[in-house]
Design a protein around this ligand. Structure first.
Ligand SMILES: [Zn+2]
Length: 295
C-alpha cells in the first residue's frame, strides 16, 4: 500500500497528518471495519475523520484505544519515532529521539516505551528447521549502583538456527527457571544446542534431543555443533546496551529485549516491511497508560 525505501521517501510519503491517518486506517482496518468500543463491523465516517458505530453509536478516531490515542501528539511524530526505533541498528536513546522528533525528553521516553511495549514478543513456540540454540547471558555488572551494588541481570535466549529469536529477562539461571522457559517456548520436535551447563543435561528427560558445545572453546565448534546464532544476538544486544542505552532498569529490561529482538527477527527485511509490521502490532496492542509505566 505504501512504497518507501529510505528516510527521504518515508518523509515524502508521510508529509502531512492526513497521509498518516489514511495509512493507519488501512493498517487498523486491514481485516475490515470494526467499532473499537463494541466490535461491531458497521461504522459511519465523518468528514473530520471521526467514526461512529452503527450499533452502539459511540464515536472514535483511528487512534482510539491504541498507544497513539492517549496523547495529542500527531501521528507524524509517532511515525518518525517508530521509524527511528525500528531501523536504528544500535537503538536510539530518548535524548536523541527527543531531538530528532522535536518533543521533550520526557515525551520521547514515553513514546519509546509505548512503542517497545507494542513490539513485544508474541506467544507461540519455535519450530524452525529443528535446531534451536539456547543460551543465557548477563548484562551489567560494570555499573556500580548508587547503593554500591554491582547489579547484573540474567537474560535467556532461544533461537532457531538462522531464524527467529525469543529472549526473556529471567530472575536467575537456576534449573527451575531455565527448563520451564524452554518447555514453554520450544517445540519438543526441536533439537536443542546449548553449552555444557549441567542444567541442560536434563533436557532429554523432558523429551528433547540435545547437543552441547564446550563453554569457552566455541572457536572449536564446527559443523552443526555450535551456538553461533544466539551469540550473534547477544553481540547485537550488547552493542545496543553499551553503545546506546548504557543501563537498563530491571523493570524495563524486557522492553529493551523486545525492541532488539524485533529488529533481529526483522533483519533482512526492507524499511517498509519493518514499518508496516510495527504499526500492525501497534494497531493490535492494547493501552498502556503513563500511570502504569511510571508506577
Ligand atoms: Zn460500537
Amino acid at each position: 500500500m505504501t512504497n518507501f525505501k529510505n528516510l527521504a521517501e518515508f518523509m515524502a510519503y508521510f508529509s502531512n497528518e492526513k497521509a498518516c491517518k489514511n495509512y493507519f486506517e488501512k493498517i487498523r482496518f486491514a481485516n475490515g471495519d470494526f467499532c473499537v468500543h463494541c466490535g461491531h463491523d458497521k461504522i459511519n465516517r465523518f468528514k473530520d475523520g471521526r467514526y461512529r458505530c452503527a450499533s452502539c453509536k459511540q464515536d472514535f478516531t483511528i487512534k482510539t484505544g491504541t498507544i497513539f490515542g492517549e496523547s495529542k501528539l500527531p501521528l507524524q511524530k509517532w511515525f518518525i519515532a517508530i521509524y527511528l526505533l525500528t531501523t536504528s541498528k544500535k537503538g536510539i536513546s530518548s535524548i536523541e529521539l527527543a531531538e530528532q522528533v522535536g518533543v521533550t525528553q520526557k515525551t520521547a521516553w514515553f513514546m519509546d516505551h509505548r512503542i517497545r511495549e507494542a513490539l513485544k514478543q508474541g506467544g507461540g513456540k519455535l519450530f524452525g528447521e529443528g535446531i534451536v540454540e539456547v543460551d543465557e547471558t548477563y548484562l551489567g555488572g560494570k555499573h556500580v549502583r548508587k547503593d554500591g551494588f554491582k547489579k547484573k541481570h540474567a537474560v535467556m535466549g532461544m533461537t532457531e538456527r538462522g531464524g527467529k529469536i525469543k529472549a526473556y529477562a529471567i530472575p536467575h539461571r537456576g534449573t527451575e527457571v531455565l527448563l520451564p522457559t524452554i518447555k514453554k517456548h520450544v517445540s519438543k520436535k526441536a533439537f536443542i544446542m546449548s553449552d555444557e551447563a549441567r542444567v541442560y543435561t536434563k533436557l532429554p528427560k523432558l523429551g528433547y534431543q540435545h547437543g552441547s558445545v564446550k563453554h569457552g572453546k566455541k572457536h572449536w565448534a564446527h559443523g552443526n555443533i555450535n551456538t553461533n546464532s544466539i551469540e550473534s544476538f547477544w553481540a547485537l544486544f550488547k552493542r545496543n546496551y553499551h553503545g546506546t542505552y548504557h543501563s537498563m532498569s530491571k523493570k524495563h529490561l524486557q522492553k529493551y529485549i523486545d525492541e532488539v529482538a524485533f529488529r533481529f527477527n526483522m533483519r533482512g527485511e526492507d524499511i517498509q516491511a519493518l514499518f508496516d509490521t510495527a504499526t500492525l502490532k501497534i494497531a493490535a496492542s492494547g493501552k498502556l497508560s503513563y500511570k502504569t509505566l511510571t508506577a
